[in-house]
Design a binder for this molecule. Structure first.
Ligand SMILES: *Cc1c(COP(=O)(O)O)cnc(C)c1O
Length: 407
């Protein structure tokens, strides 16, 4: 097995300590068991590993570089480095696990991949992988989100995916999940439900982590080659937690490497519905088929969540993060909307790199750590590029940052 598929956790039932597992109806459990078995086979199959490696190199453009951000470093008194996942084909880290999932589906003889999407980022990455590998792709999306995220809807349709509108309830992500789940249950044998982060029932938190762990494997080698050392600190934003697990997984045994995840504090931690800081404000619980920290209301239902970065507003978090938090191996903090937007402009103007607002949270967290006295090197996972966010940012924050309307 290559390093990408060699990790001590989870155990065979999918547990990271007390977190993870699989809490789903019995008929679905049989399907998950099949997926797990197929995954156990292919992760040891040299032809699968070779195919994935070929796609990473020649299609995604891996390895993504590490860049020493000198101006940011000088300003904040730390050596700040960026792992440039924003330079991947499709502009973010999600393509790493979508290719793995679609390849798995193909090896299992499935003809279609299916998923829900909120802002459309997971939908576009999955539609891309499905187009490349010749599988059908159904993306369920709330009607409200379809109107809001028009460019991503157009991308998915150009790529040949079917975008299916969820028209009930609030017509957003939760309804899209219901709709996709119902369609999956109707035929779980010819389709694979491709989960978009290190969440959901076993084996998805493990599988998505393994596919993303290429980030950390590369970063460890690249950083050592550049500096002769390991980084002193790692920083990544945490929505479901896939880009963070991808980076962290290669350094878990290195005691000298401090790890920092950051969640969105949105408009403030004090009010329910104004943030998505699951690890800071949530409690252990079970939802969406797995046990982890979650933000729940009095009835035990998922709380409303919010972040200026739509990729980070999830009311739970990957079970390995819950485990690493309890162990104290990773420190989890929060970054507000305002701090993330300030970092968005700072990285753009100091380094000429426009980050995704999600990734700007990680940049803001690194800046906060430096301001609070952290020294040495900080390696930030720059999970995606900001092209998708520019209109929103200028419309809502342009004036504040000196961009007057040209119209
Ligand atoms: C989706 C997304 C995230 C959040 O997802 P994780 O699973 O927490 O990594 C972060 N950054 C970008 C650019 C994204 O598209």
């Amino acid at each position: 097995m290559t390093k990408q598929f060699e990790h001590p956790l989870p155990n065979s039932e999918g547990y990271f300590g007390e977190y993870g597992g699989s809490f789903i109806p019995p008929e679905l459990q049989a399907v998950m068991d099949d997926i797990n078995q197929a995954y156990q086979d292919i992760r040891q199959d040299p032809s699968f590993v070779a195919e994935l490696t070929r796609l990473y190199q020649h299609y995604v453009g891996r390895p993504s570089p590490i860049f020493h951000a000198q101006h940011l470093s000088e300003k904040y008194g730390c050596d700040i480095y960026l792992k440039r996942e924003d330079l991947n084909h499709t502009g973010a880290h999600k393509i790493n696990h979508c290719l793995g999932e679609v390849l798995l589906a193909k090896k299992m003889g499935k003809t279609k991949v299916i998923a829900e999407t909120g802002a459309g980022q997971h939908g576009v990455a999955l539609a891309t992988a499905a187009a490349l590998l010749g599988l059908e792709c159904d993306i369920h999306m709330g009607e409200v989100d379809i109107a809001k995220e028009h460019p991503n809807v157009v991308r998915m349709r150009i790529l040949g995916a079917n975008v299916i509108a969820a028209t009930h309830g609030r017509k957003t992500l939760k309804e899209a999940v219901d709709s996709a789940f119902e369609a999956y249950l109707a035929d779980p044998h010819t389709q694979l439900y491709a989960i978009g982060s290190v969440v959901g029932p076993h084996p998805f938190p493990m599988m998505v982590r393994d596919f993303q762990s290429i980030i950390g494997i590369e970063a460890r080698e690249q950083f050592q080659a550049m500096t002769g050392q390991l980084p002193d600190n790692l920083v990544a934003c945490v929505g479901g937690g896939s880009n963070a697990m991808g980076l962290f997984s290669a350094f878990l045994e290195d005691d000298s490497v401090a790890m920092h995840g950051c969640e969105p504090a949105g408009r403030g931690l004090e009010q329910v519905g104004e943030h998505a800081a699951t690890l800071s404000k949530g409690v252990p619980g079970t939802m969406h088929g797995f046990h982890s920290y979650m933000l729940k209301d009095e009835q035990g239902e998922p709380q409303e969540v919010y972040s200026v970065a739509s990729g980070l507003d999830y009311p739970s978090v990957g079970p390995q993060h819950a485990y690493l938090k309890d162990l104290g191996r990773v420190k989890y903090g929060v970054v507000s909307d305002e701090e993330a937007i300030a970092a968005f402009f700072e990285l753009s103007r100091l380094e000429g790199i426009i980050p995704a607002i999600e990734s700007a949270h990680a940049v803001a967290h690194a800046i906060n750590l430096a301001k609070q006295g952290t020294r040495g090197s900080i390696l930030i996972n720059l999970s995606g590029r900001g092209d998708k966010d520019i209109d929103f940012v200028v419309e809502n924050y342009g004036k504040q940052y000196g961009i007057a309307s040209l119209l």
